[in-house]
Design a binder for this molecule. Sequence first.
Ligand SMILES: [Zn+2]
Length: 378
Amino acid sequence: MVGAMLKDLALNQRDAYLQTLRDLAGLESPTADKEANDRVADFLSPLLRKDGWQVERVPKELVGDQVVARYDAPGDTSTLLLCHFDTVWPIGTLEKMPLKEEDDKFYGPGTMDMKAGITTAIHALRLIKNQGLALRGPVTLALTSDEEKGSQHSRGLIETLAKDHSRVLVLEPGREDGAVKIGRKGIGDFQVTFTGISAHAGNNPQDGASALRELAHFLLLAESLTDYDKGTSVNVTVAQAGSVSNVIAEEAHCQIDMRALKVEEAERVERTLKAYKPKDERVKVEVEGGINRPPMEFTEKNKVLFAEFEEAMTRVGVKLESAVVGGGSDGNFTSILGIPTLDGLGSAGEGPHARHEHIRIEETLERLALLVAMLTEA
Ligand SMILES: [Zn+2]
């Protein structure tokens, strides 16, 4: 089908699209609330079945159940669409931040990040089916429930599914200017515990081994690993030590936030932190945690997928920029496995995790057209 027609067809979905988004965003779903997330799974499963998807519910004990929906079609190019339905907003936020449509914007908690992305997936497949367009191959939609807390309970599922597909399209929102995301920084979290020897600071301080002093040495070393030219930052963001003012500190704790653009940089930081040798040998240091999300680099495979996306943009008549951004997503997991990955396709808008969170409706519908173009034969 001619791309320009795809764009018109997508723009015509406006009312139906906003209704689905309203329904989804109306179900509040903070990551920590399993029941609330289960209600989103309850809502999505029959809706997807009605649209012709094969729906599998993946039960989870500690977080919301996850949903994997499959749309079978002949063809060699299989696509995994990645979405999450948990949000950062606590229950009750809707009272203070009600859903509202104003000008060309749709506001509300969890709209941009990322119930609009889920809506884009649903309506793209609906449009493909209703227009009788030919898919390039099977499509799988993964809907997870713990992305905002690091995807600990869905990473395995995402990785298993990714290995079964020829490419991954992540329906997270684009950058605020609408750019799609071709690279993302990796994230590391470290928790460090220092255990020294307490002593009276007045009577026998020399018998003490200060955990706090060791933390200070460690902090300076950790932050010296920062290399802004390479896009690497290491910050000790939380620290606690000591008990009362006349006692040499027996215990100290700190937390570290690490961001890196390059896989080798993330590994360098992790290696160095874990190999730390205390200056005072009497203090024990335990470094826990590590790289939580590896960097998503603009690899050769990702470049090939992006070139396809450029063709889709030409076909539809929409031009989007591409960007490397600081935050991570589930696309980081699939890209590092060598599965071609492109992110930021789900919606355009502003203010993810902020009071003014909204999507720009028309631009988001153009992305729907782009997704249809990516999934179907030209
Ligand atoms: Zn998100």
